[in-house]
Write a protein that binds this ligand. Structure first.
Ligand code: SAM
Length: 245
Protein backbone atom coordinates (compact mmCIF):
# COMPACT_ATOMS: atom_id res chain seq x y z
CA UNK A 1 0.00 0.00 0.00
CA UNK A 2 1.05 3.53 -0.71
CA UNK A 3 0.51 6.46 1.62
CA UNK A 4 -1.41 9.28 0.03
CA UNK A 5 0.13 11.82 2.32
CA UNK A 6 -1.74 14.70 0.69
CA UNK A 7 -5.02 12.99 1.55
CA UNK A 8 -4.24 12.74 5.25
CA UNK A 9 -6.28 15.32 7.17
CA UNK A 10 -4.15 17.96 8.88
CA UNK A 11 -5.13 16.88 12.39
CA UNK A 12 -4.04 13.28 11.72
CA UNK A 13 -0.78 14.18 10.06
CA UNK A 14 1.10 14.95 13.27
CA UNK A 15 0.07 11.62 14.77
CA UNK A 16 1.48 9.75 11.79
CA UNK A 17 4.73 11.71 12.00
CA UNK A 18 5.00 10.94 15.70
CA UNK A 19 4.49 7.20 15.07
CA UNK A 20 7.33 7.19 12.61
CA UNK A 21 9.83 8.81 14.95
CA UNK A 22 8.76 6.79 17.99
CA UNK A 23 9.49 3.66 15.95
CA UNK A 24 12.86 4.77 14.65
CA UNK A 25 14.32 6.89 17.51
CA UNK A 26 16.89 4.29 18.63
CA UNK A 27 18.03 3.61 15.08
CA UNK A 28 17.56 7.08 13.68
CA UNK A 29 21.25 7.95 13.43
CA UNK A 30 22.33 4.78 11.67
CA UNK A 31 19.35 5.06 9.30
CA UNK A 32 20.46 8.53 8.26
CA UNK A 33 23.91 7.28 7.39
CA UNK A 34 22.59 4.28 5.47
CA UNK A 35 19.94 6.16 3.54
CA UNK A 36 22.01 9.16 2.59
CA UNK A 37 25.31 7.31 2.16
CA UNK A 38 26.71 9.61 4.83
CA UNK A 39 25.75 12.72 2.84
CA UNK A 40 23.53 14.08 5.61
CA UNK A 41 26.70 14.79 7.62
CA UNK A 42 28.10 16.91 4.80
CA UNK A 43 24.83 18.81 4.43
CA UNK A 44 24.64 19.45 8.17
CA UNK A 45 28.26 20.65 8.28
CA UNK A 46 27.61 23.13 5.47
CA UNK A 47 24.36 24.23 7.11
CA UNK A 48 25.93 24.91 10.50
CA UNK A 49 28.95 26.63 8.92
CA UNK A 50 26.45 29.38 8.07
CA UNK A 51 25.21 29.88 11.61
CA UNK A 52 28.25 31.83 12.95
CA UNK A 53 27.65 31.65 16.70
CA UNK A 54 29.65 34.13 18.76
CA UNK A 55 33.02 32.73 19.89
CA UNK A 56 33.22 35.04 22.90
CA UNK A 57 29.85 36.52 23.85
CA UNK A 58 26.55 34.88 24.70
CA UNK A 59 24.70 33.18 21.85
CA UNK A 60 21.20 31.91 22.36
CA UNK A 61 20.30 29.33 19.74
CA UNK A 62 17.09 27.38 19.15
CA UNK A 63 17.16 24.16 17.11
CA UNK A 64 13.61 23.07 16.34
CA UNK A 65 12.73 19.48 15.39
CA UNK A 66 16.23 18.90 16.74
CA UNK A 67 15.72 15.14 17.20
CA UNK A 68 18.88 13.41 18.37
CA UNK A 69 20.95 16.61 18.40
CA UNK A 70 22.98 16.56 15.18
CA UNK A 71 22.56 20.28 14.51
CA UNK A 72 22.72 21.40 18.14
CA UNK A 73 26.02 19.59 18.77
CA UNK A 74 27.59 21.24 15.74
CA UNK A 75 26.42 24.70 16.86
CA UNK A 76 27.85 24.17 20.36
CA UNK A 77 31.15 23.04 18.85
CA UNK A 78 31.26 26.06 16.50
CA UNK A 79 30.43 28.55 19.25
CA UNK A 80 32.17 29.75 22.37
CA UNK A 81 31.63 28.82 26.03
CA UNK A 82 28.62 31.14 26.26
CA UNK A 83 26.77 29.44 23.42
CA UNK A 84 23.52 27.91 24.65
CA UNK A 85 21.44 25.69 22.40
CA UNK A 86 17.88 24.66 23.08
CA UNK A 87 16.94 21.44 21.29
CA UNK A 88 13.19 21.35 20.81
CA UNK A 89 11.30 18.33 19.49
CA UNK A 90 7.76 17.00 19.73
CA UNK A 91 9.09 13.50 20.39
CA UNK A 92 10.52 12.60 23.80
CA UNK A 93 12.16 9.42 22.47
CA UNK A 94 14.25 11.36 19.97
CA UNK A 95 15.22 13.88 22.67
CA UNK A 96 16.14 11.02 25.01
CA UNK A 97 18.64 9.68 22.48
CA UNK A 98 19.92 13.24 22.03
CA UNK A 99 20.41 13.71 25.76
CA UNK A 100 22.47 10.51 26.03
CA UNK A 101 24.62 11.51 23.08
CA UNK A 102 25.17 14.98 24.59
CA UNK A 103 26.44 13.42 27.84
CA UNK A 104 28.83 11.13 25.97
CA UNK A 105 30.20 14.03 23.95
CA UNK A 106 30.60 16.21 27.05
CA UNK A 107 28.36 18.89 25.56
CA UNK A 108 25.42 18.62 27.96
CA UNK A 109 26.16 21.81 29.90
CA UNK A 110 25.56 23.96 26.81
CA UNK A 111 22.35 22.19 25.87
CA UNK A 112 18.76 22.14 26.97
CA UNK A 113 16.13 19.69 25.71
CA UNK A 114 12.51 20.77 25.42
CA UNK A 115 9.58 18.61 24.34
CA UNK A 116 7.19 20.87 22.43
CA UNK A 117 5.53 21.56 19.11
CA UNK A 118 7.14 23.81 16.48
CA UNK A 119 3.69 25.30 15.88
CA UNK A 120 3.47 26.73 19.40
CA UNK A 121 6.81 27.35 21.04
CA UNK A 122 6.82 27.61 24.84
CA UNK A 123 9.08 30.69 24.81
CA UNK A 124 8.68 34.42 25.13
CA UNK A 125 9.08 36.78 22.19
CA UNK A 126 12.46 37.98 20.97
CA UNK A 127 14.78 35.60 22.84
CA UNK A 128 16.95 33.90 20.26
CA UNK A 129 19.91 34.98 18.13
CA UNK A 130 19.31 32.17 15.67
CA UNK A 131 16.71 29.51 14.85
CA UNK A 132 17.48 26.36 12.89
CA UNK A 133 15.26 23.57 11.67
CA UNK A 134 16.83 20.66 9.76
CA UNK A 135 14.78 17.97 8.02
CA UNK A 136 11.93 18.95 10.30
CA UNK A 137 9.69 21.52 8.73
CA UNK A 138 8.20 19.21 6.14
CA UNK A 139 6.86 17.09 9.02
CA UNK A 140 5.04 20.03 10.58
CA UNK A 141 1.37 20.05 9.51
CA UNK A 142 0.97 23.85 9.48
CA UNK A 143 4.24 25.23 8.16
CA UNK A 144 2.95 28.84 8.29
CA UNK A 145 2.45 28.53 12.03
CA UNK A 146 5.95 27.18 12.56
CA UNK A 147 7.39 30.08 10.53
CA UNK A 148 5.33 32.63 12.47
CA UNK A 149 6.60 31.14 15.72
CA UNK A 150 10.20 31.23 14.48
CA UNK A 151 9.76 34.92 13.70
CA UNK A 152 8.17 35.63 17.06
CA UNK A 153 10.88 34.06 19.24
CA UNK A 154 13.84 35.52 17.32
CA UNK A 155 15.47 38.78 18.40
CA UNK A 156 15.61 41.68 15.94
CA UNK A 157 18.72 40.93 13.89
CA UNK A 158 18.19 37.21 14.47
CA UNK A 159 18.63 34.65 11.71
CA UNK A 160 16.26 31.92 10.53
CA UNK A 161 17.75 28.91 8.78
CA UNK A 162 16.18 25.79 7.36
CA UNK A 163 17.75 22.66 5.86
CA UNK A 164 15.25 20.51 4.04
CA UNK A 165 14.79 18.17 1.10
CA UNK A 166 13.96 20.03 -2.06
CA UNK A 167 13.30 19.39 -5.72
CA UNK A 168 16.01 17.85 -7.86
CA UNK A 169 16.57 19.98 -10.95
CA UNK A 170 18.35 17.90 -13.60
CA UNK A 171 15.88 15.41 -15.16
CA UNK A 172 18.44 12.58 -15.26
CA UNK A 173 19.28 12.95 -11.59
CA UNK A 174 15.60 13.37 -10.75
CA UNK A 175 14.87 9.98 -12.29
CA UNK A 176 17.60 8.18 -10.39
CA UNK A 177 16.62 9.94 -7.20
CA UNK A 178 12.95 9.06 -7.67
CA UNK A 179 13.59 5.35 -8.05
CA UNK A 180 16.12 5.39 -5.22
CA UNK A 181 13.75 7.07 -2.81
CA UNK A 182 10.68 5.02 -3.67
CA UNK A 183 12.30 1.59 -3.66
CA UNK A 184 15.64 1.64 -1.88
CA UNK A 185 14.70 3.86 1.10
CA UNK A 186 11.68 1.82 2.26
CA UNK A 187 13.75 -1.36 1.75
CA UNK A 188 16.54 -0.10 3.98
CA UNK A 189 13.86 0.98 6.44
CA UNK A 190 12.38 -2.51 6.47
CA UNK A 191 15.78 -4.15 6.89
CA UNK A 192 16.81 -1.99 9.83
CA UNK A 193 13.53 -1.41 11.64
CA UNK A 194 11.43 -4.28 10.33
CA UNK A 195 8.93 -1.92 8.74
CA UNK A 196 9.21 -0.08 5.43
CA UNK A 197 5.90 1.74 5.70
CA UNK A 198 7.07 4.68 7.84
CA UNK A 199 9.74 5.37 5.27
CA UNK A 200 7.34 5.28 2.39
CA UNK A 201 5.49 7.99 4.22
CA UNK A 202 8.65 10.06 4.69
CA UNK A 203 9.52 9.80 1.02
CA UNK A 204 6.00 10.92 0.15
CA UNK A 205 6.35 13.94 2.45
CA UNK A 206 9.52 14.93 0.58
CA UNK A 207 7.61 14.94 -2.69
CA UNK A 208 4.86 17.07 -1.22
CA UNK A 209 7.22 19.74 0.07
CA UNK A 210 7.18 23.04 -1.90
CA UNK A 211 9.88 23.93 -4.44
CA UNK A 212 12.72 26.14 -3.17
CA UNK A 213 11.27 29.36 -4.68
CA UNK A 214 7.83 28.71 -3.19
CA UNK A 215 9.22 27.92 0.22
CA UNK A 216 11.28 31.15 0.10
CA UNK A 217 8.05 33.06 -0.55
CA UNK A 218 6.47 31.44 2.50
CA UNK A 219 9.42 32.56 4.64
CA UNK A 220 8.99 36.11 3.33
CA UNK A 221 5.28 36.00 4.09
CA UNK A 222 6.14 35.22 7.71
CA UNK A 223 7.95 38.58 7.87
CA UNK A 224 11.56 37.58 7.23
CA UNK A 225 13.79 39.77 5.10
CA UNK A 226 16.77 39.16 2.81
CA UNK A 227 15.47 35.62 2.25
CA UNK A 228 17.71 33.46 0.09
CA UNK A 229 18.36 29.81 -0.62
CA UNK A 230 21.15 27.53 -1.82
CA UNK A 231 20.62 24.15 -3.42
CA UNK A 232 23.02 21.37 -2.50
CA UNK A 233 23.71 18.09 -4.33
CA UNK A 234 21.69 18.98 -7.40
CA UNK A 235 18.72 20.15 -5.36
CA UNK A 236 18.26 17.03 -3.24
CA UNK A 237 18.36 19.43 -0.32
CA UNK A 238 18.24 23.23 0.04
CA UNK A 239 19.29 25.69 2.71
CA UNK A 240 16.94 28.65 3.20
CA UNK A 241 17.72 31.64 5.34
CA UNK A 242 16.16 34.94 6.32
CA UNK A 243 16.53 37.70 8.89
CA UNK A 244 14.19 39.27 11.37
CA UNK A 245 15.13 42.93 10.89
N1 SAM B 1 16.97 17.82 13.00
C1 SAM B 1 17.32 16.41 13.20
C2 SAM B 1 18.30 15.97 12.17
O1 SAM B 1 18.50 16.71 11.19
O2 SAM B 1 18.89 14.89 12.30
C3 SAM B 1 16.07 15.51 13.22
C4 SAM B 1 15.27 15.48 11.95
S1 SAM B 1 14.00 14.23 11.95
C5 SAM B 1 13.96 13.78 10.23
C6 SAM B 1 12.50 15.13 12.13
C7 SAM B 1 12.17 15.48 13.58
O3 SAM B 1 11.06 16.38 13.60
C8 SAM B 1 11.75 14.31 14.45
O4 SAM B 1 12.59 14.23 15.57
C9 SAM B 1 10.31 14.63 14.83
O5 SAM B 1 9.95 14.16 16.12
C10 SAM B 1 10.31 16.14 14.76
N2 SAM B 1 8.97 16.76 14.63
C11 SAM B 1 7.96 16.36 13.83
N3 SAM B 1 6.91 17.18 13.95
C12 SAM B 1 7.26 18.15 14.85
C13 SAM B 1 6.61 19.30 15.39
N4 SAM B 1 5.35 19.61 15.03
N5 SAM B 1 7.27 20.06 16.29
C14 SAM B 1 8.54 19.74 16.65
N6 SAM B 1 9.21 18.68 16.16
C15 SAM B 1 8.60 17.89 15.27
Amino acid sequence: THFGFSEVPLNEKQGMVDDVFHKVAQRYDIMNDLMSGGLHRVWKDIFVSRVHPSKTGPFNHLDVAGGTGDIAFRVVQAGGPKTKVTVLDINGDMLGVGRERAQKKGLAKNLEFVEANAESLPFEDGQYDAYTIAFGIRNVPRIERALAEAYRVLKRGGKFMCLEFSQVEAPALAKIYESYSFSVIPQIGRMVTGDGEPYRYLVESIRQFPAAEDFAAMIENAGFQRVSFTRLTGGIVAIHSGWKL
